[in-house]
Design a protein around this ligand. Structure first.
Ligand code: FES
Ligand code: FES
Length: 166
């Protein structure tokens, strides 16, 4: 079957998609967007988190056909051009930059999903408490960092994002 969706602001099509394929597979293998990672393929690790119609979802659990006509934003789409979040593909989003500066990336396998989850938190809660950050990221597993630098990155991103908005 053919899948047509808006991906990172652009209309994209994938042909010959098998009904059992996941959205994650389509993004990575058919649309050339390898940012979202496939770590467990069971909805357990969060490394494949993307937005679908503005809801954060595990792309490995979304059947490709469910993405038909939807709007998908991947970690690649978080990057911003100028100040507008709608114009994607330019400079790094403050959340992405904060993860780099806080040393929240080691192997990087968990990072794309954490970035989308952190972005989803910070667009709703300007200055989340640590407990809110931990809860928001509870579905995203990291085997490397021990999470402290990830917490620091989200705090830094919250400050930067607020500064940018004010
Ligand atoms: S790869 Fe989707 S949740 Fe782990
Ligand atoms: S940085 Fe390696 S799993 Fe998180």
């Amino acid at each position: 079957m053919r899948i047509t969706a808006t991906v990172n602001g652009q209309t994209r099509q994938a042909d010959d998609v098998w009904e059992g394929e996941s959205l994650l597979y389509v993004l990575r293998e058919r649309m050339g967007l390898p940012g979202s990672k496939n770590a467990c393929e069971q909805g357990e690790c969060g490394s494949c988190t993307v937005y679908m119609d503005d809801q954060a979802v595990c792309a490995c659990l979304v059947a490709a056909g469910q993405a038909e006509g939807r709007s998908i934003v991947t970690v690649e789409g978080l990057a911003m051009k100028g100040a507008s979040e709608r114009e994607m593909g330019g400079e790094l989003h403050p959340v992405q930059q904060a993860f780099i500066e806080a040393g929240a990336v080691q192997c990087g396998f968990c990072t794309p999903g954490l970035l989308v989850a952190a972005h989803d938190l910070l667009r709703r809660v300007g200055q989340p408490a640590d407990a809110e950050i931990r809860e928001a990221l509870a579905g995203n597993l990291c085997r490397c960092t021990g999470y402290e630098n990830i917490l620091a990155a989200v705090r830094l991103a919250a400050d930067r994002w607020q500064d940018r908005a004010s």
